[in-house]
Design a protein around this ligand. Structure first.
Ligand SMILES: C[S@@+](CC[C@H](N)C(=O)[O-])C[C@H]1O[C@@H](n2cnc3c(N)ncnc32)[C@H](O)[C@@H]1O
Length: 276
């Protein structure tokens, strides 16, 4: 099997046993979704505009953006995700996703300079080799129009340590090894079949994410914490239910979203780059 196929095979195997469709509606996924929407809205121009959602999974962001009037094309290597996105699109017949197709961030089938924005909310942590991440970012650069934005999400180098302490996984010697690997060089390897320990991925230091996006030719428009330290909030579920508490929490997280000393403490980080 070629190296490229092996990488995609790992991704497909993982997502065939993990339900990505509901992730953004669960617990912390809700914070990730709302915060990502806020960041995207801050930069995105008004419709009409063309957006490629590369690694778009079951279409949560693509459906939201299509509903807002954008022409959205979703690409994902997992056939199940593409099918789920297609079904979600059919459920909003007035504002469907323009297209959903199986594909790879490293080799987009779109022409040069056609998109106003590219979402890369996933591929950069699934591509464990720097060369593959550079290829995905270079493809995003190619398909963007001048002035267009790439939204490149990474998982923080420190995410598994934070999560391990929170969940108690830190007590498991196997997880300790995973955590140590992450802290050493960002290479997250799960030798078990426990999906709670995720799959083979790469976790960025915030400075690395910025450097990789800049390395593809983008001007950096922002490096931001997505969830930030929202996990510090006591009684999350209770507070999240109360609209005023939820709003206040999101305001607080937003007010420190660019604080460099806190970026790595956020499970997900967003680097926004523009093609100049
Ligand atoms: C954790 S999910 C995130 C999905 C969604 N974008 C979000 O932010 O909720 C990561 C997604 O990246 C996709 N992915 C992994 N490797 C990819 C690649 N080489 N090209 C495009 N998408 C990829 C996966 O199939 C999966 O749907």
């Amino acid at each position: 099997m070629k190296q490229a196929d092996k990488i995609i095979n790992t991704v497909v195997t993982y997502y065939n046993q993990y339900n990505e469709q509901t992730r953004l509606s669960n617990h912390w996924g809700q914070v990730e979704f709302l915060r990502t929407q806020t960041i995207i809205k801050h930069y995105l121009k008004h419709p009409p505009a063309v957006i490629l959602d590369v690694g778009g999974a079951a279409g949560r962001y693509a459906c939201w953006l299509a509903q807002a009037g954008y022409e959205v094309h979703l690409i994902d290597p997992v056939p199940l995700h593409v099918q789920q996105a297609q079904t979600a699109s059919e459920a909003q017949p007035g504002t469907p996703i323009a297209s959903c197709s199986v594909g790879d961030a490293r080799l987009l089938t779109f022409d040069t300079s056609v998109a106003d924005a590219v979402l890369l909310l996933g591929p950069l942590y699934h591509l464990v080799a720097a060369q593959d991440r550079a290829q995905a970012l270079s493809e995003a650069y190619r398909v963007l129009k001048r002035g267009g934005y790439v939204f490149a999400a990474g998982i923080s180098r420190f995410a598994s340590t934070i999560d391990g302490l929170d969940t108690g996984h830190f007590l498991d010697p196997t997880f300790q090894k995973i955590m140590q690997g992450d802290l050493k060089n960002g290479q997250h390897r799960n030798p078990t079949d426990n999906p709670a320990y995720f799959t083979d991925t790469f976790f960025h230091h915030p400075d690395e994410l910025r450097a990789e996006v800049a390395g593809a030719g983008f001007e950096i428009a922002g490096l931001l914490a997505i969830e930030g330290i929202s996990y510090m909030m006591k009684d999350f579920d209770k507070n999240w239910e109360v609209e005023s508490h939820r709003k206040l929490m999101l305001e607080i997280i937003g007010s420190i979203e660019r604080e460099p000393s806190l970026l790595g403490a956020s499970p997900h980080i967003m680097c926004v780059g523009t093609k100049v």
